[in-house]
Design a protein around this ligand. Structure first.
Ligand code: ADP
Ligand code: MG
Length: 397
């Protein structure tokens, strides 16, 4: 279904292959605290090593804003990758990313060697998709492989600009997997197809809601965004997160669901508190009775049941956005209940969104899901139905 060339469609023996990975991992005091993205990159890297390519890896890390920031160097990634690959990853320390030192390291490469370049965002042109850096990157390789799903929604030198100046631009296994899972779920779902949306704000997910209403059988809403919808239906929401300027939009979406015959579920009860912290008195209240001094921080027990029941027969589920402030243990029950419901059904279950992926992993449900996307922003834009520039730039089959 993916109409782009992949690493299976090229021959890399003896060739220099530049691979754009997403090594944007969280670091604390130089230590990688979550290596999911490194592990997810291994299949493509291993394949290129085995096929005898000269494998040149690149990525951004954090937001150095075009300056050299030693604390955002990719050196710790080279070290950990060497361990994961069981093979030395030569780190090309170079403030220019593709300067003399990097070029020297690449000249010395033998077939199957692996070099990692420095943080691409040390170059100011990177995020502007500037020509000079795109050409620099292309000058060190014949073939370009984009395996960075996490940045696929951005057009930068290292994932879009570079493709214009290489012989061949293809996508890697991770990119392929992400697009096929998300793409199949949204465009060719086994039904019933249920989407669960939550998280903080309606405004972050306007186009996601709009697009998914065209596709799903049931749309479940929880999290902070639920209160704008509840307000739109005339309910009291107290001090809960409310986006006044999105109430009209919420009304339109409720109407659209009706027209499309989509079952549209909103919380029927809430866990409320007077202060935004874990250790504070809580109450369970039904819809419409939050009270002026109280704030909804999680879906209530009846809603947990309602949502689990609505998921029982689902065959495809896409979930983006936690049901409550899951970072606080006392407001994590709604998110846990939905994760449990997904773990227990016989369905394709797909998690998109940075906080949702973290919630599912941290709560221990990671291996129970069909697919957890490695790209927060990119998966959201995908769910909006947008074409991702990083994917579009690869050569067609
Ligand atoms: P994702 O990264 O998965 O797309 P979001 O960034 O949209 O998710 O939302 C995640 C955030 O939403 C979490 O930090 C969570 O605490 C917050 N959140 C969820 N429910 C509520 C609520 N009722 N009130 C305030 N914040 C909430
Ligand atoms: Mg988020």
């Amino acid at each position: 279904m993916l109409n782009k060339k992949t690493v299976d469609d090229i021959s890399v023996k003896g060739k220099r292959v530049l691979v754009r990975c997403d090594f944007n991992v969280p670091l604390q005091d130089g230590k990688i605290t979550d290596e999911n993205r490194l592990v997810a990159a291994l299949p493509t890297i291993n394949k290129l090593i085995q096929d005898g390519g000269k494998v040149i890896l690149c990525s951004h890390l954090g937001k150095p804003k075009g300056e050299v920031k030693p604390e955002l160097s990719l050196a710790p990634v080279a070290k950990r990758l060497s361990e994961l690959l069981n093979k030395e990853v030569i780190f090309a320390a170079d403030d220019n990313v593709v300067g003399d030192n990097a070029k020297k390291a690449i000249e010395n490469m033998k077939d199957g060697d692996v070099v990692l370049l420095e943080n691409t965002r040390f170059r100011p042109e990177e995020t502007k998709n500037g020509e000079a850096f795109s050409k620099d990157l292309a000058s060190i390789a014949e073939i370009f492989v984009n395996d960075a799903f996490g940045t696929a929604h951005r057009a930068h030198c290292s994932n879009v600009g570079v493709t214009e100046y290489v012989d061949e631009a293809v996508v890697g296994y991770l990119m392929k997997k992400e697009i096929e899972f998300l793409g199949n779920a949204v465009n060719n779902p086994e039904r019933p197809f249920v989407a669960i949306l939550g998280g903080a704000k309606v405004s972050d997910k306007i186009n996601v809601i709009n697009n998914l209403l065209e596709k799903v059988d049931t749309l479940i809403i929880g999290g902070g965004m639920a209160y704008t919808f509840l307000k739109a239906m005339g309910n009291d929401v107290g001090k809960s997160l409310l986006e006044e300027d999105k109430i009209e939009y919420a009304k339109e979406m409720i109407q659209k669901a009706e027209e499309k015959g989509v079952r549209f579920l909103l919380p029927i009860d809430h866990v409320v508190a007077q202060e935004f912290k874990n250790d504070t008195p809580i109450k369970i209240v039904p819809r419409g009775s939050i009270g002026s001094d109280w704030e909804g921080l999680d879906i209530g027990p009846k809603t947990r049941e309602l949502y689990a029941d609505a998921l029982k027969d689902a065959k495809t589920v896409v979930w983006n956005g936690p049901m409550g402030v899951f970072e606080f243990e006392n407001f994590a029950k709604g998110t846990i209940a939905v994760a449990e419901a997904l773990a227990n059904i016989d369905a394709t279950t797909i998690i998109g969104g940075g906080d949702s992926a973290a919630a599912v992993n941290n709560l221990g449900f990671g291996d129970k899901m069909t697919h957890i996307s490695t790209g927060g922003g990119a998966s959201l834009e995908f769910l909006e139905g947008k074409e991702l520039p990083g994917v579009a730039a690869a050569n067609d089959k």
